[in-house]
Design a protein around this ligand. Structure first.
Ligand SMILES: Cc1cc2nc3c(=O)[nH]c(=O)nc-3n(C[C@H](O)[C@H](O)[C@H](O)COP(=O)(O)OP(=O)(O)OC[C@H]3O[C@@H](n4cnc5c(N)ncnc54)[C@H](O)[C@@H]3O)c2cc1C
Length: 240
């Protein structure tokens, strides 16, 4: 069986994204060789109050960098241990983890791509899109749509960042979708899958990456398959 090193990292920045969600940035301790590919996740370990060792996976929400830093986009889960433990950490606190793991990564050759997320499922796409759009040679000639489903306007995490990326790159289309938007909301409404046919039309040569809770991932996979998509063109990551 493969063995993985346990690494540690220090929380250097903690920013609330909404009432129950945080953006956390960490710096890896003493391991300049720590590297990952956009879309991968880390396995975190901590001791619960009863002494039980808890391990949970978290997608990396930042693009690869050579400064040993990475970020998470974390949601407090009611009565859950790890998510609340991490959201309660103070700057300077240490975590231990293994990784990176996962094959939910951009597959060459790059095609026009629909990224479909709800909630903190945005994490791997923030990493992928920052990486892709940082270098013309990585994205030239391709179209990218980010369908991001949340309940309310205030839950559109990283909104300014994605709006800025969309204004700077005519091939990146940011499509936040609210399931409970107020009357003032002029953007998309409902569930993300309702808008997929409108984006991809009858094309089946687009790649789809889907990330979020199981119910939403299944709904989007089923829809794409019913539209005639090849299952190999649909990659997904389930959080539960
Ligand atoms: C590959 C992978 C990547 C992940 N990346 C992220 C990430 O980037 N950000 C993030 O916030 N979470 C992510 N998760 C979910 C995370 O691993 C934990 O499951 C979550 O934080 C709950 O852990 P907990 O110990 O607080 O609660 P637990 O006690 O483990 O969970 C309590 C209950 O909540 C359900 N649940 C699990 N995750 C969620 C959720 N996100 N929203 C609502 N209910 C949930 C579980 O099914 C369980 O029934 C990822 C999961 C996987 C498998």
């Amino acid at each position: 069986m493969a063995r993985f090193h346990t690494l540690s990292a220090r929380l250097v920045r903690s920013v609330p994204l909404s009432e129950f969600t945080k953006h956390l940035e960490f710096e890896v301790n003493g391991s300049p060789r720590f590297g990952f590919v956009s879309g991968q996740w880390l396995s975190l370990r901590a001791s619960a109050p009863d002494g039980e060792e808890i391990t949970r996976a978290y997608s990396i929400a930042s693009p690869p960098s050579d400064n040993g830093r990475f970020a998470f986009c974390l949601n407090r889960v009611q009565d859950g241990f790890m998510s609340n433990y991490l959201c309660d950490l103070n700057e300077g606190a240490e975590i231990t983890f293994q990784g990176p793991f996962g094959s939910f990564i951009l597959r060459p050759p790059l095609r026009d791509t629909a990224f479909i997320a709800t909630g903190t499922g945005i994490a791997p796409f923030r990493s992928m899109l920052h990486w892709l759009l940082a270098d013309r040679s990585r994205h030239e000639g391709r179209q990218f749509w980010l369908l991001f489903g949340v309940r309310y306007e205030r839950d559109i995490y990283y909104r300014e960042e994605f709006e800025r990326l969309a204004s700077e790159h005519s091939n990146f289309h940011f499509l936040p979708t609210l399931s409970r938007g107020g009357p003032e909301w002029t953007g998309l409404r409902g569930y993300v899958q309702e808008h997929l046919p409108g984006i991809v039309g009858v094309r089946t040569d687009v790649m789809a990456y889907i990330c979020g809770l199981d119910k939403m991932v299944s709904a989007n996979r089923e829809l794409l398959k019913s539209l005639g998509w090849d299952r190999k063109a649909i990659l997904y990551e389930r959080y539960d």
